[in-house]
Design a protein around this ligand. Structure first.
Ligand code: SF4
Length: 332
């Protein structure tokens, strides 16, 4: 499934966020949230009355009797699955990004491509770019998502690098979508600042969960995996600050060839359970081949932070059943 495609742009001078409708909106004043979805079968319904829509979108390059300045992207293929209520971003280049699919229970929002870690196994290595423009689009998106949406994922990069804007986004989702759960994937490092954690707690979102990975109970192993010295200490401090601010946390234990977790000794039980609002989740078990395969990312990118100590190289040799027998609450 493609989540973006390109078509022929007309009259678009800045990015436009809107939700699709195949049914004409009667009141012109109520059209600004909508992008008219022009398909051959519904074109007649709209007639030539396109005034007030945020934009027009369609798979075919049709000749429309409309003002030249009316924003539109037509001839956009490969997005046939779209339907009413889906939210699109239209760009001046003719690029169309699908921001939200109403029919899917798995919608995630990319907040930034920047990150303060550089994990060995990152599926989307961070980029040092200024993509702060996303904030405005995300705040607008919150206004357009279906209020019945059950859950939205907030991802990065590292979302907390947005700092105050991260808090604005959480507040906006609380205001616009009070019944929608938010699941934020974060490395948790910036919550080492007590005030930041407290400000997040002060929003009092009624269904917010932060998913924070811990790769080892040994600081240098965790730091090696995330390629950032001191990251373990920051994350653990963050967990305590979040617990104190009554923010729910899911500790995501990613089983990794360079890591070693003694679940029965996991010292994070304290913050996780402090308010009875946390989980420990085993996220992934690497295959034997993956455990045996050296990861060369850090040498490829020519950067070196914390290195694993020899005694930390003993391979994880636990079976899932062993891990499940831990005394820690697990949600797998
Ligand atoms: S914290 Fe997440 S986004 Fe950042 S480098 Fe690690 S895996 Fe990638």
């Amino acid at each position: 499934m493609y989540l973006h495609a390109d078509g022929k742009p007309h009259g678009i001078t800045e990015s436009i966020v809107g939700k699709l409708t195949t049914v004409p909106i009667q009141e012109v004043s109520g059209r600004l949230d909508y992008i008219a979805y022009l398909q051959p079968q519904n074109l007649a319904r709209f007639g030539d009355d396109f005034v007030g829509y945020a934009g027009l979108f369609g798979p075919s390059e049709i000749d429309l009797d409309c003002p030249a300045h009316l924003p539109r992207i037509l001839g956009c293929k490969n997005l046939e699955y779209l339907g009413d209520g889906d939210v699109l971003l239209l760009l001046p280049t003719g690029r169309v990004n699908v921001l939200y699919r109403k029919s899917s229970p798995h919608n995630s929002i990319l907040t930034t491509e920047r990150c303060n870690s550089l994990c060995l196994m990152c599926s989307q290595p961070p980029r040092a770019i200024d993509d702060s423009y996303r904030v405005k689009e995300i705040l607008r998106l919150a206004e357009l998502i279906d209020p019945a949406c059950k859950e939205i994922g907030i991802t990065g990069g590292e979302p907390t690098l947005l700092s105050e804007d991260f808090l604005r986004i959480i507040q906006k989702f609380k205001d616009c979508l009070p019944n929608t759960a938010l699941h934020v994937l974060t490395n948790g490092r910036l919550f080492k600042t007590k005030g930041f954690a407290a400000n997040l707690g002060a929003i009092k979102h009624n269904d917010l969960m932060l998913g924070i990975p811990v790769y080892s109970d040994l600081d240098y192993q965790h730091d090696y995996v995330v390629q950032a010295r001191g990251a373990f200490d920051e994350t653990v401090l963050g967990l305590y600050n979040l617990a104190e601010s009554e923010v729910a946390v899911e500790i995501r234990v990613v089983i990794h060839s360079t890591g070693r977790i003694h679940l029965s000794e996991l010292s994070l039980r304290g913050p996780c359970r402090a308010h009875g609002n946390g989980n420990v989740r085993l996220c992934e078990f690497e295959s034997r081949q993956a455990l045996d395969r050296p990861c060369g990312l850090s040498s490829r990118i020519g950067r070196s932070y914390a290195q694993p100590r020899p005694e930390g190289n003993a391979r994880l040799n636990l079976q899932p059943s062993t891990l499940h027998s831990s005394s820690i609450d697990l949600a797998v």
